[in-house]
Design a protein around this ligand. Sequence first.
Ligand code: NAD
Length: 306
Amino acid sequence: MRILVATEKPFAAVAVNGIKEIAKEAGHEVVLLEKYADKAQLLEAVADVDALIVRSDKVTAEVIGAAKNLKIVVRAGAGYDNLDLQTCTGRGIVAMNTPGQNSNAVAELAIAMMIFMSRNQFAPGTGSELSGKKIGIQAYGNVGKLVARKAAALGMQVMAYDPFVDSAVMENDGVIPAATLEQMYSECNFISLHIPATPETIGSIGYDLISRMPAGGCLLNTARKEIINEAELVKVLTDRPDLKYVTDIAAACQAELDEKFGKRVFATPKKMGAETMEANVNAGLAAARQICRFFATGCRDFQVNK
Ligand code: NAD
């Protein structure tokens, strides 16, 4: 089988070599399309492949339409909002992600962001400490759980909200389950967002929630920019000059945020949550293994379009 690795933002070389080795051992061939500048290159590259590995690359109906032999697409990462699942399902193509493989990288970035903002972006002046503060984790999935554990190790109190996770699981981890989102925002000095971008969550973080945060509160976003209601974010940061916002995914209105709110806001220059050597390798190799298992045994673990 032919496996295309199509990455506008390439994997580390060591990950690509690992993917090639896994595929070769299983008798498959890897085709590489890296740093492609326009969609036409992707449309051409997918034309005769059986499997596709992508990172944040958009697998649209057009791309799927051009991939006549495609049987499986794997998003090497957690969020799979870049895959057109409906079209995949319509064509009988299996879509998967590689959950958990980059979670530690993202969790470490969330902790770094908290320290960075608490120390005035490392500018001279008096900052504050994390120890003794309370963090609210919005979604207790792979990343959220790791942020909870690391924050607790720093002496923080940890609360979490996730309607799909039993509160006993949180309590067992020493995490306080929030009865409602409103309660969590009202009580926590930091809120760390780990919800996926879905029709329910898109635009769901806005004025009503953020304005509940205690004085000096800081909202951390390592999830997706689409979950924020940006107009309401601007309004709440204007009305509450004590609040801060830090994100790994620059807002559409980031220039306005930077201009209006200076050091109270920060966006990483390019999404970097999963940009560690370890996460690259973990996610890339997991994607290759999942594809080989699928072709060998039909295994559909981690399928997201069931
Ligand atoms: P995950 O699938 O392990 O966890 C997601 C959690 O969200 C689950 O526990 C689920 O129950 C919960 N959830 C779903 N809908 C919810 C809702 N409406 N309200 C509250 N909780 C809800 O995913 P993860 O690995 O923890 O990653 C979380 C998100 O982080 C991903 O969807 C992705 O968008 C983002 N992410 C960003 C980067 C980055 O580079 N910055 C890297 C990886 C993941």
